[in-house]
Design a protein around this ligand. Structure first.
Ligand code: XMP
Length: 519
């Protein structure tokens, strides 16, 4: 669905892994943009979309190959500002009469420094104030001859044409990726670009919400939708958004697989059924999941059993409703690692977690209203939708729940102990006002009993590990540097208050090499 009430920017996607980050940077600047794969963008599309500016993304191809992607030639005659990034730069040069070559030792991957030349350029306002600018490069090919009308404004050791522009036509081309974190001043470049293109910054989270609601209505029509609601931020925001869009056509299924944290089921049910008045099925499937997990200790086997049961349970509740759509709170970072974005040209890196797989088995179409958002944007949307801070700020909780925090065999006894210890740990973190500083914190119960002494008696109980990490996106993480006092006080509380644990350890592994969860 195309929004027509805002200034619009088009991103032509040539398949870079970081194209979504361009969109994200633009949304941060309150600019409405859409990403479309290059093979969908022809002249008719451009006319219909009527962009105020266009960004050509990076991509894995080489313009020196005959069948590699191109932009429609009419793009260069529309009289609108263009910004080419990496492959997008090379496409611009190639199509406008410059030259791109492969190899010759001029590939650059990773951090590089760009040196300005004497000409000043509008999109570089705020750049080079303290010398060379750090940028992030990722290119094998390089531009060896710039197109007519272009001038050079910055060079790096292996990219003599790191920044070029034809200011008459408002065409800008950079070899590096301004959208990534490792180009620290990259946002400024986008800001300058959209300013010169005349964007007024009229795109807000409220506008996103309205747009998403209209788009859900259009997709769903008068069909029924079923949504897996875990109570985590993503599915909660997705459910509230869907509810706002289609009301009672939405049925949420909250599966209690017996692997939830303390008080979680009650909290979710009271929030969504009582407060939001949603149609909510509280599926008590504890016996089903726990009986099938009985005796299983291999992490992958456990994950597979849970994944399959989730599908069975969904099927069981979806069928009588006649739901034609399955709504999921999939976020962009889940998508990029699993499948190519919007059928676009990026390369699949790995299959991750529980994205994919569901639709074929379930015979329902997917509705994923958060598919283009990053975690912090979802939180902002949740706030916009009026979700309580307690829900919006919640740490992520994985689909397989406590199963992957209970290495080895899962027993009801261990789960009960784990729940109590986890509740105390989180209580401690909240009391010390640390909850929002931490990406995720939880207790894992270890498959080992250790000897202790309490009072005058010997104990032989489980050991547990506390985990707390900081992270931006869950892809990499650092352990959280608690004070010794905090750790000591928490360990004492857990050992005193939880029967079954007599030893507490703190996990100081970062990711990589560890993962956040234990399994
Ligand atoms: P790892 O353990 O891979 O986790 O470092 C990264 C982030 O993903 C969460 N996680 C999952 N989320 N289903 C989910 O919905 C899963 O199967 C799953 N496994 C891990 C994990 O909690 C962390 O936030």
């Amino acid at each position: 669905m195309t929004d027509i009430s805002h200034d619009r920017l088009l991103i032509i996607d040539f398949g870079s892994q970081v194209t979504q980050l361009i969109a994200r940077r633009l949304r941060e600047l309150n600019v409405y943009c859409e990403i479309h794969p290059f093979n969908n963008v022809d002249f008719a599309f451009l006319e219909n979309f009527n962009p105020k500016a266009v960004i050509l993304s990076g991509g894995p191809s080489s313009v020196t190959e005959v069948d590699s992607p191109r932009a429609p030639k009419e793009l260069f005659e529309m009289g609108i500002p263009l910004l080419g990034i990496c492959y997008g730069q090379q496409v611009m040069m190639h199509q406008l009469g410059g030259k791109v070559e492969t190899g010759h030792g001029t590939a650059e991957f990773g951090r590089a420094f760009v040196t300005p030349n004497t000409n000043s350029l509008n999109i570089l306002e705020g750049w080079f104030e303290s010398g060379d600018e750090q940028v992030w490069m990722s290119h094998g090919d390089h531009v060896s001859e710039i197109a007519g009308g272009f001038k050079v404004y910055g060079t790096s050791p292996n990219a003599p044409f790191a920044i070029t522009a034809d200011t008459k036509r408002n065409f800008y081309a950079v070899q590096f990726h301004p959208e990534v974190h490792h180009t620290p001043n990259g946002s400024k470049l986008y800001e300058n670009f959209i300013k010169l293109a005349g964007f007024t910054g009229d795109w807000t989270m409220n506008a996103y919400r309205e747009q998403a609601i209209a788009s859900i209505k259009e997709t769903v029509g008068d069909q029924q939708v079923i949504c897996g609601l875990s109570g985590g931020v993503d599915s909660s925001v997705a459910a509230v958004l869907l509810h706002e869009a289609i009301g009672d056509q939405l049925t949420c299924v909250f599966v209690d697989h017996g692997l939830l944290r303390m008080g979680e089921a009650e909290e979710v049910v009271s929030m969504f059924r009582d407060h939001y008045n949603m149609k909510l099925i509280h599926a008590d499937e504890r016996d089903l999941f726990l009986s099938q997990l009985d005796g299983q200790s291999d992490p992958e086997t456990k994950r597979k059993i849970i994944g399959k049961l989730f599908i069975d349970v969904f099927d069981k509740y979806a069928k009588p409703i006649g739901a034609k759509f399955l709504a999921q709170g999939t976020l962009y970072p889940d998508v990029i690692e699993s499948v190519s974005f919007s059928g676009g040209p990026s390369v699949t890196i790995k299959s991750h977690h529980n994205v994919g797989g569901l639709p074929e088995k379930m015979d329902m179409a997917l509705v994923e209203p958060l598919r283009e958002l990053f975690k912090d944007e979802v939180r902002a949307l949740g706030q916009e939708l009026g979700l309580p801070a307690k829900f919006v700020g919640r740490h992520p909780f994985p689909g397989p729940g406590l199963a992957i925090r209970c290495p080895g065999e899962i027993t009801r006894e261990k789960l009960e102990i784990l729940r109590k210890a986890d509740a105390i740990y989180i209580d401690q973190i909240r009391k010390h006002n640390l909850y929002d500083e931490i990406w995720q914190a939880f207790v894992a119960i270890l498959p080992v009993r250790t000897v202790g002494v309490m009072g005058d008696g010997r104990t032989y109980d489980f050991a547990c590990a506390l985990r707390a990490v900081t992270s931006v996106d869950g892809m990499t993480a650092d352990y959280y540097p608690f004070s010794h006092e905090f750790l000591g006080e928490t360990a004492t509380r857990i050992i005193n208050e939880v029967e079954g644990i007599n030893r507490v350890t703190y996990d100081i592994t970062s990711k990589p090499p560890g993962t956040i969860e234990w399994e």
